[in-house]
Design a protein around this ligand. Sequence first.
Ligand code: NAD
Length: 362
Amino acid sequence: MQKKILVLPGDGIGPEIVAEAVKVLEFFNSKNGDPFVLETGLIGGSAYEETGAPLPEETLGKARASDAILLGAVGGYQWDSLDRELRPEKGLLGLRAGLDLYANLRPAILYSQLASASTLREEVVSGLDLMIVRELTGGIYFGQPRGIRTLENGEREGFNTLVYRESEIERIAHTAFQIASRRDKRVCSVDKANVLEVTGLWREVMEKVAREYPEIELSHMYVDNASMQLVRNPKQFDVLVTTNMFGDILSDCAAMLTGSIGMLPSASLNRQGQGMYEPIHGSAPDIAGKGIANPMATILSVSMMMRYSLDSPEIADQIDAAVGRVLDAGYRTADIYTDGMKQVGTSEMGDAMIAVLNGEEI
Ligand code: NAD
C-alpha cells in the first residue's frame, strides 16, 4: 500500500533543504515502484503570508490524513513582532498538539569523519550514538495554572505548574523501551525525584513499565548529574528518557556534543506511530537563499521517517550508509567544512547522495 507523506518546506532555508530530501524520496519512488505519495502544504511565516494563519486548516487536514510529515523549518525575523497566535512557531505547536505528537526523538550521532567538529576531545565523542526521548506535550510547558499574578502587597509573582499523569508517563516509557529494544537495550530515565514529587511518580511508573521489557536494562539519574555525565562521558548512554523541560535542555546539550546541528534529525510521534520529521535546527535566516545550507539533517529525518513511521528500515539503512559514504568522499557544506575537504552547496550535497544511492563512485 502506498504511504502518504506531507511535505512542509516552511521558511528560510526550509525549502532549500527539503528539496534535497525530496530528491531522496523521489529516488526510492523511481527505484521501488512509487511507494510514497508526496503532497505539499503551507506552514509558518510563508503560510501566514498566503493565508493569514501559520497553520491553515487545510494543512492540518492534510497532516491528519498522512502517514508522516516532513518539515523543513519555520520562523524569521520579519514575523517576530506578530501577535503570538500568528507567529510561525505557533504553526509547529499547532501541528504537535493537533496530532498529539507526544514523543520527541532526538538522536545525537557523531560521524567519525566529523569528530574534529566537536568542541569536546575526539576520544570523548567519536562514535557517539545516543537517543534522547523527550516527552513533548505535557509537563511544565503545558501545566495549568500558569501566569503572573499580583500579591496583596503589590509584588508580582510568576508561576507555572509541573504536572504529569500516570498515563502520560506510561506512554513515553513504552516509546523509550521499544526504541531501546532496537538498539543497545539500555534506558536511563532522567528525573529530579529527590526534590520534585511529580518526578518521583515518573520514576515509579518507569519501574512499572520496565517489568514488561525484561530484556531492557533501566537505570535512573538526576537531571543535574545527567547534564554533567553528558559532557563527561556521553558514550555511556544508549536511550535517555525524560520530561518535556529536562529533555528540551539535555537534547540541545547532546546536539552540541556533535558540533554540527546541520547533521541532526528529529522525530515527533503519536500513539499510532504517525510522525513529524524535521531537522533540529531552525530556518537559519542568515544563510537563507544562498544555497549553502546543509541538507543532511533533513535527509536523515527521512531516514528516521522510514524507520519509525513507514516501516521501511531497509531504506533507512541505505540512506544512513549513503550519508557516511558522502562524508567519506570529503563532501562538506560550509558548516562542517575543514581544511582539505571538498566544499559544496546544498544541491551538490543532495546530488552526491543520489549518486551514492545509485551506486556511482563520487
Ligand atoms: P537556527 O538553527 O536557524 O540557526 C543557528 C545557526 O546555525 C545559524 O548561524 C545558522 O546559519 C546555522 N544553521 C542552522 N541550520 C543550518 C544548516 N542546515 N546548515 C548550515 N548552517 C545552519 O537558529 P536561530 O538562528 O536561533 O533561529 C532562526 C529562526 O528559526 C528563528 O525564527 C527561530 O524561531 C526559528 N527556529 C525554528 C525551529 C523549527 O522550525 N523547528 C527551531 C529552532 C529555531
